[in-house]
Ligand binder design. Structure first.
Ligand code: CU
Ligand code: ZN
Length: 209
């Protein structure tokens, strides 16, 4: 009986030492610091913690300012506001030739190339065909066309059920391109809309604006 108690004590002591050691493990310490940081972010910002302990912003508005590509005068603003299951899109663009102009969200929020080609192809996280905004099968970035009047100004307002401000379909950080020509909504993979006349980057919007 006495011998058994000794053995038990020894096992307990060994276990205690092991747990002490794991507390001093630098890898564990890093994890703790990270968790502390995430907790701080949650309490100070507009953050939302997911079950797997990552942090994501709860974004309700995004905005994109369009600038002309080299040799063009097209500029404007596009806002995206969370609306039920979808996102309300409001675009005001000027400096266009009268008529229709392809209007898409492209893969990269990169307008560094003078001709806008750095924005890549259409934002297409599902790897499907190009289509119009009303089509069941379309790129997430397919917003169809802007239509400018004789004054070169276009106004577009609609609610899109495929766009999102969070998750896999999130458009935040992507680019917007306005094209010289019309998107025919069928030609693959771009709608044959021609050159890029304006480019902008979609950022997190200021909800108080
Ligand atoms: Cu495009
Ligand atoms: Zn497309």
């Amino acid at each position: 009986m006495k011998r058994r108690t000794l053995l038990l004590n020894w096992i307990l002591a060994a276990g205690f030492l092991v747990s002490l050691q794991s507390c001093n493990n630098p890898q564990n310490r890093d994890t703790n610091t990270e968790n502390e940081m995430e907790t701080k972010m949650e309490t100070t910002g507009n953050m939302e913690a997911h079950s797997h302990d990552h942090v994501s912003m709860d974004i309700s508005k995004a905005v994109c300012v369009l600038h002309p590509t080299e040799g063009n005068d097209v500029k404007g603003t596009v806002t995206f506001t969370k609306s039920g299951d979808g996102v309300k899109v409001v675009a005001d663009v000027e400096g266009l030739t009268p008529g229709k102009h392809g209007f898409h969200i492209h893969q990269y929020g990169d307008c560094s190339a003078p001709d806008g080609t750095s924005a890549g192809g259409h934002f297409n996280p599902e790897g499907v065909d190009h289509g119009g905004p009303e089509a069941n099968v379309r790129h997430v970035g397919d917003m169809g066309n802007l239509e400018a009047g004789n004054d070169g100004k276009a106004h577009l307002e609609y609610t899109d059920n495929m766009l999102s401000l969070t998750g896999k379909h999130s458009i935040v950080g992507r680019g917007i391109i306005v094209h010289a020509g019309e998107d025919d909504l069928t030609s693959q993979p771009t709608g044959a809309a021609g050159a890029r006349v304006a480019c902008g980057v979609i950022g997190i919007g200021n909800s108080s604006n």
